[in-house]
Design a protein around this ligand. Structure first.
Ligand SMILES: Nc1ncnc2c1ncn2[C@@H]1O[C@H](COP(=O)(O)OP(=O)(O)OP(=O)(O)O)[C@@H](O)[C@H]1O
Length: 281
C-alpha cells in the first residue's frame, strides 16, 4: 500500500480497482485490479501490457475521464482504492474539482487523431483549448502559440489552414499531440502517442517529451510499446497483465527479466528489429 499522497507527486495510485458496470448482455468487468503506483512531479512513466490488460482504462481514469460513456459502452467506475492526481482524490471527486484538474492534465486517447473535429482547420483545432478556457484570449498570442506547437511536432506552418481530411494519419496524430500540449499541462497522459507516426519523425516526439520533462513541472504517463520512446523518455515502465502490475522497472530490465510471456514477446520483437536494422540492404 502507498502511504498518504505527497502533494508534489503528479499521481499516487493506491490499490486502485476499476470496473465497467454491467450493460446487457455484458456482465460487469474488472479492468484494473488493485494497482499501486506513484508518478513523481517530474517523471515520465511508461505502461505496457498485452491487449485488454487495462492500460487504456487506467490512463483514461487517471486523466479524469470518469463520466463519458463511449457510444453505448459504459464509463469506468472506481470501485476500490484511491488515486490522487495533482493532489486531487479522484474517487468521489466533485465536478468543479474535476474541471479544475483537467486544466492541468492533458489526455491523448488512443483514437485522438480520428476524433479531430472535421470542420475545423489545424490552427483552430490546436488553439481551441486556449479559447475554450478563455474566449477573450488575445488572438495573436493564440496564433503564436499554435505555430510554436506545430513546429514542436515538426509539422510545417503550411498545414495551419488545412482540414483533418487533408492530412495523413501520422500528421493528424501529431496535430492531436500539439493540441493536447498547447495548455502546457503538468501531467500528460497519452495512449499510444506515436501510433501511426512515421519512424523518421518519431524521434521528434521523443525529444519533445524529454525536453518538457527537463524544463520542469511536467510529468507523463505513456501507454506505449514503442521501445525507442520508452527508452528515451522513461526511467520506469509498469507492465500490466489482467489489470494487475506484474513488473515495474526500466524498460530494458523488464525486457531482460521477461517476468511475463508478454514481456518475452516484446523482447523477441526488439531483438528481431535490431537484427533487421543491422542487416545489409
Ligand atoms: N467501455 C467498456 N465496457 C466494458 N468493458 C470494457 C470497456 N472498455 C474496455 N473494457 C474491457 O476492459 C479490459 C481492459 O481494456 P483496456 O482497453 O483498458 O485494455 P488495454 O490494455 O488498453 O488494451 P489495448 O492495448 O487493446 O488498448 C478489456 O477486457 C476490455 O474488453
Amino acid at each position: 500500500m502507498i502511504s498518504s499522497p505527497h502533494t508534489g507527486d503528479a499521481a499516487v495510485v493506491d490499490d486502485l480497482t476499476i470496473d465497467y458496470p454491467a450493460r446487457r448482455p455484458s456482465p460487469a468487468h474488472r479492468a484494473v485490479d488493485g494497482v499501486s503506483i506513484r508518478v513523481g512531479s517530474n517523471e515520465v512513466i511508461g505502461l505496457v501490457g498485452e491487449t485488454g490488460s487495462g492500460k487504456s482504462t487506467l490512463a483514461r481514469v487517471l486523466a479524469g475521464d470518469l463520466t463519458s460513456a463511449r457510444g453505448t459502452d459504459p464509463a469506468p467506475v472506481i470501485s476500490g482504492g484511491q488515486a490522487h492526481v495533482l493532489g486531487h482524490a479522484l474517487r468521489g471527486i466533485r465536478r468543479k474539482a474535476l474541471t479544475q484538474l483537467t486544466f492541468h492534465v492533458a489526455y491523448l486517447p488512443q483514437d485522438a487523431a480520428a476524433r479531430l473535429s472535421p470542420e475545423l482547420t489545424v490552427a483552430d483545432i490546436i488553439g481551441e483549448p486556449i479559447l475554450a478556457r478563455d474566449r477573450h484570449y488575445n488572438r495573436k498570442a493564440v496564433g503564436l502559440r499554435v505555430a510554436t506547437m506545430l513546429d514542436q511536432v515538426q509539422l510545417p506552418l503550411a498545414l495551419l489552414d488545412k482540414y483533418p481530411f487533408e492530412l495523413s494519419s501520422g500528421q493528424r496524430q501529431r496535430v492531436a499531440i500539439a493540441r493536447s500540449l498547447v495548455l502546457s499541462p503538468r501531467l500528460f497522459i497519452a495512449d499510444e502517442p506515436t501510433a501511426g507516426i512515421d519512424v523518421t519523425v518519431r524521434a521528434s516526439i521523443n525529444e519533445l517529451i524529454e525536453r518538457l520533462r527537463v524544463e520542469g513541472d511536467f510529468a507523463a504517463i505513456l501507454v506505449s510499446h514503442d521501445l525507442p520512446l520508452l527508452r528515451h523518455t522513461t526511467r520506469r515502465v509498469a507492465a500490466l497483465h489482467q489489470g494487475r502490475i506484474v513488473g515495474l522497472a526500466p524498460i530494458d530490465e523488464l525486457l531482460r527479466e521477461r517476468a511475463h510471456p508478454f514481456l518475452a514477446g516484446l523482447a523477441e520483437a526488439d531483438e528481431h528489429s535490431v537484427v533487421d536494422a543491422n542487416r545489409p540492404a
